[in-house]
Every structure is written in structure tokens, then in C-alpha cells.
Design a protein around this ligand. Structure first.
Ligand code: 5AD
Ligand code: SF4
Length: 471
């Protein structure tokens, strides 16, 4: 199970991995070495960055020694995410010493947060580009090549990169992310995202549908619609009166093909609607899985976090969701040791976990982020050892819950989308069920992208193991 060290939703082994194209490196082109840290949105953004640079004379490489440009797409959500980037940059120094014309660019949330300061603090960095500045990368590179270090951290109210079709990097060829909106207007007091990714804006629905359809035609069988708060997606087609809600968009994507699985992330407890649940029930290919971050189980803490709901509201939403889909897969985010959190308030979080019994949780220690409302208004006063102990208690409880939930699946049969070989054996395949649980099973004569029915035989807290009963 992951702990507070890791960033959200992306496997730990993918953090900082060299992202590259499936096809072989092309001769005669400049070489881009690209790494991405942080959330799914950042990985999706890296695919946009690659797409822009591919059109400007670059190909990707996995060998940083060969690179003409090294770009690192960064995360700022917690201090440890930033420390990791700083440590990584040090590894590039010998390369730059050897090859002074090497262009080093820092992209994404940490670039946006630190802006020009990044150039002052990290001498080997040539380019600092925020999440809305990627179209400008070819110019920034030209400037860097002529010896000028440059920064573009302009945050846009419109940019959605709707017209840029992302190149797929390192994927399994089966599942892909589609960004449906950017930015966030929620202003949770602990969170740096509104400052690093700017105001919320939705992407043109037609471009989303076209991207999903294109993926399906290329053999993809699962898309995950991404946004900081997907429930507040809204789009108005030119000349039409009606506003298209997230529920409508979800339905349109589901209608592309029954064999295209649709997932989405992240939902917000204040905004998730019954309409979304009705659409989920009506379409078999919309996965019965919701990621609904709670952050805390105590209403006073939720209030100072500015989450705009309380414990009762959250539990009520969970009941609403379960009333539509009783066997829904549920995961959450939890922060341990937010400002002024008492022992009793921490216990409220554990009690809420006991009430809901999440399948999975992403659990973090509170990390004060400069410039956020919490950093201005509240003291980060829970001692580090207390924060760590609380996080550990939360992790232990969640592990127990994950195991409980997985044990309930033993003997049940699930439709699984084959994603590829399991980590441990070439004889075994892995794939997820509707509830987003990973199942390992003997590969038989099946192939990636097939749907198979698997009966679960055994489990641990992280994975289910089963046997295929039919395709
Ligand atoms: N400290 C710790 N965790 C945080 N998150 C966001 N900001 C912070 C912070 N300052 C967590 C929240 C959010 C997830 C993406 O990261 O749980 O849902
Ligand atoms: Fe993603 Fe938030 Fe990290 Fe930015 S700060 S990369 S939005 S998790």
C-alpha cells in the first residue's frame, strides 16, 4: 500500500520515469528526455508537452546522456514532492557540465509556484514553464539555445489545449487519460493547486469526444476523464442554450462504444450529483468506482479546511452513492495532522473510515504550502511525531479495510480488462475490474485489451488473484 510519501494516483514506479514514445527513436531529430512527477493531470500534461515538441523537431529518448533537452514536469502539492525534484535536478548537473548547450526545463506546478525564483535558486535550469505555458515551449527553447534563461508562468483563463492531440507516452496501449478541465476554483485552505494551475475552465466537449473516439479506434479500451473537480465541468456548444454538465459528458463518452470503459477522477463531495449516479447505472461501461476525497472526518477541521461540507454531508453523499450502486468501489484522500487537529478530531477521521470502509485511500501528512490560506491563517502546530503517528494509525486501519473489502470479493466473478503482464510473472496477466481493483490471473490464450470473466480465489490487502472462467 502507498503511504504519505507518494503522489496521487500514479504508481510509485512511474514517478520520475523517463517518458517516451512506443516507436523507436527517429534519427536526425533532437532528443527530449522527459520525466513527470505528481498526479495523473501532470502525466496527461506531459503528453501534451511531448506532442508540442514532436511537432517542433524533437523525438523522445530514455537516455538522458543523449538528450538535447531535459524537461521535468513537477508537483508542488507537498514539500516532499518539491524536495524530490530538487534532488533530481542535482543528477543533471554532470550532464550540463559536459554539454553546456543541453537545455534543462522545469515545468508544471513547482515551476508555477516558484516562478523566476527557480532560476535564482537552481543555476542549471534554463527554462521555467507553468502548466498553461506549454505552447510557448518552442520559443522558450530557442531563447535558451541563444543563451537566454527564460520564464513563462502566465496562467490563462482559457487554455485547455483542446486542439492538441496528446501523444501517448509509456502507456499500455489500453488505458489513457483525457483531461476534461483544468485549474480549480475550490480554495481548500491547505491546497496550492489554485495557485499553480489557476482558474477552473472546461474543455470543449466535442474535442473530448473526438479524443476518446480516436483512442477507441486505436485499440484503447479504457479512458479516465480527468479534472481537479469533474463535477463542475460545464460546456456550452456555440449557438445552443443548454449547458452540458459532467453527467451529460460522461454519457456521451460512454455512448462511443460499449467496449470502451469510462472512469473519472476527481469527484468533490460538495458537487457530486444524483444525475452522475443515474448515468453510471444506465451504462454498463461506466465503471462503478468513485474517488471521493474526504480529507477529515471532523466537521470543525473540514470547516477550517474550507471544504464547504461537514461529516454528515459526506456520509449522506456516500449513502446516496450506495443507494444507486451498492457494490461501488470507493476510495478517498485523507490528511493527517492538519492545523490544530486534536486527538479526538483525529479519532473522528478513523470513525468515519470505520463507517464507510473505503476500498482504498491515499493518505498524507499535512504539509504547509507557502501562500495558501492555511499558511496565512492557521499555525501548523501539530508536532511532526504526532502527525506521523496519526498517519500510521490511518494507514494501518485502511490496510485492514482494504483487506476486508477484498475478502468480500472472494468467490465473486468480475469482468476484467486485460492490461498486460503482471509485475511478477510472464505467465500471469493483470487487469482491473469495474471497481478499479487489480486482479492477477493465468494468461491463457488471452491478450491485452480483451475482456475476460475472472472468479476471485484469494487476495491480500492490495491485489486479488483469480482464474478466468470465460471470455
Ligand atoms: N498537505 C498534505 N496533503 C495535501 N493534499 C493537498 N494539499 C495538501 C497539503 N498541503 C492532498 C489532499 C488532496 C490530494 C491531492 O493531496 O488529500 O486531495
Ligand atoms: Fe498535480 Fe497538484 Fe501536484 Fe500539481 S500540485 S502536479 S495538480 S498533485
Amino acid at each position: 500500500m502507498r503511504d504519505g510519501i507518494n503522489e496521487k494516483y500514479i504508481d510509485e514506479e512511474k514517478q520520475g520515469e523517463a517518458l517516451h514514445l512506443a516507436e523507436p527513436e527517429k534519427e536526425g531529430l533532437k532528443k527530449l528526455y522527459l520525466e513527470s512527477y505528481g498526479c495523473q493531470m501532470n502525466f496527461a500534461d506531459s503528453e501534451i508537452v511531448a506532442s508540442i515538441l514532436l511537432k517542433n523537431g524533437y523525438t523522445t529518448t530514455q537516455q538522458m546522456e543523449d538528450a538535447d533537452a531535459i524537461f521535468i514536469n513537477t508537483c508542488a502539492i507537498r514539500d516532499n514532492a518539491e524536495q524530490r525534484v530538487r534532488a533530481r535536478l542535482k543528477n543533471f548537473k554532470p550532464l550540463k557540465d559536459k554539454k553546456p548547450e543541453l537545455v534543462i526545463g522545469v515545468l508544471g506546478c513547482m515551476a508555477e509556484r516558484l516562478k523566476k525564483r527557480f532560476l535564482d535558486e537552481e543555476k542549471l535550469v534554463d527554462i521555467v514553464a507553468g502548466p498553461d505555458a506549454y505552447r510557448d515551449l518552442p520559443n522558450l527553447i530557442s531563447e535558451a539555445e541563444s543563451g537566454q534563461r527564460s520564464v513563462n508562468v502566465f496562467l490563462s483563463r482559457e487554455e485547455t489545449y483542446a486542439d492538441i492531440s496528446p501523444v501517448r507516452l509509456d502507456g499500455n496501449g489500453i488505458s489513457a487519460f483525457i483531461t476534461i478541465m483544468r485549474g480549480c476554483d475550490n480554495m481548500c485552505s491547505f491546497c496550492v493547486v489554485p495557485y499553480t494551475r489557476g482558474r477552473e475552465r472546461s474543455r470543449d466537449m466535442q474535442s473530448i469526444i473526438a479524443e476518446a473516439r480516436d483512442l477507441f479506434e486505436k485499440g484503447y479500451r479504457e479512458v479516465t476523464l480527468l479534472g481537479q473537480n469533474v463535477d463542475s465541468y460545464k460546456w456550452k456548444n456555440a449557438g445552443e442554450e443548454n449547458v452540458i454538465s459532467f453527467a451529460k459528458l460522461l454519457e456521451q463518452v460512454a455512448l462511443i462504444h460499449p467496449d470502451l470503459r469510462v472512469r473519472f477522477s476527481t469527484s468533490h463531495p460538495k458537487d457530486i450529483t444524483e444525475e452522475v449516479m443515474q448515468v453510471m447505472v444506465a451504462h454498463e461501461n461506466i465503471c462503478n468506482y468513485i474517488h471521493l476525497p474526504v480529507q477529515s472526518g471532523n466537521s470543525r477541521i473540514l470547516e477550517i479546511m474550507n471544504r464547504t461540507y461537514d461529516r454528515e454531508w459526506y456520509l449522506n453523499r456516500i449513502n446516496m452513492i450506495k443507494s444507486y450502486v451498492p457494490n461501488i468501489g470507493l476510495s478517498t484522500d485523507i490528511i493527517a495532522g492538519f492545523c490544530s487537529e486534536t486527538e479526538e478530531e483525529h479519532q473522528d477521521t478513523m470513525k468515519l473510515m470505520n463507517e464507510v470502509v473505503f476500498d482504498y485511500a491515499y493518505m498524507f501528512i499535512y504539509s504547509e504550502r507557502p501562500g495558501t490560506p492555511a499558511s496565512k491563517n492557521y499555525a501548523d502546530d501539530v508536532p511532526e511525531d504526532v502527525k506521523s503517528r496519526r498517519l500510521q494509525e490511518i494507514i494501518t486501519l485502511q490496510r485492514d479495510h482494504s483487506l476486508q473489502r477484498n475478502q468480500q470479493d472472494i468467490g465473486k466473478t468480475f469482468k476484467v480488462l486485460v492490461e498486460g503482464y503482471s509485475k511478477r510473472s510472464d505467465e500471469m496477466f493483470k487487469g482491473r475490474n469495474d471497481q478499479n481493483k487489480m486482479i492477477i490471473f493465468p494468461k491463457g490464450n488471452f491478450k491485452k485489451g480483451d475482456y475476460v470473466n475472472v472468479v476471485v480465489k484469494e487476495c491480500n490487502s492490495a491485489t486479488l488473484h483469480g482464474e478466468v472462467i470465460s471470455a
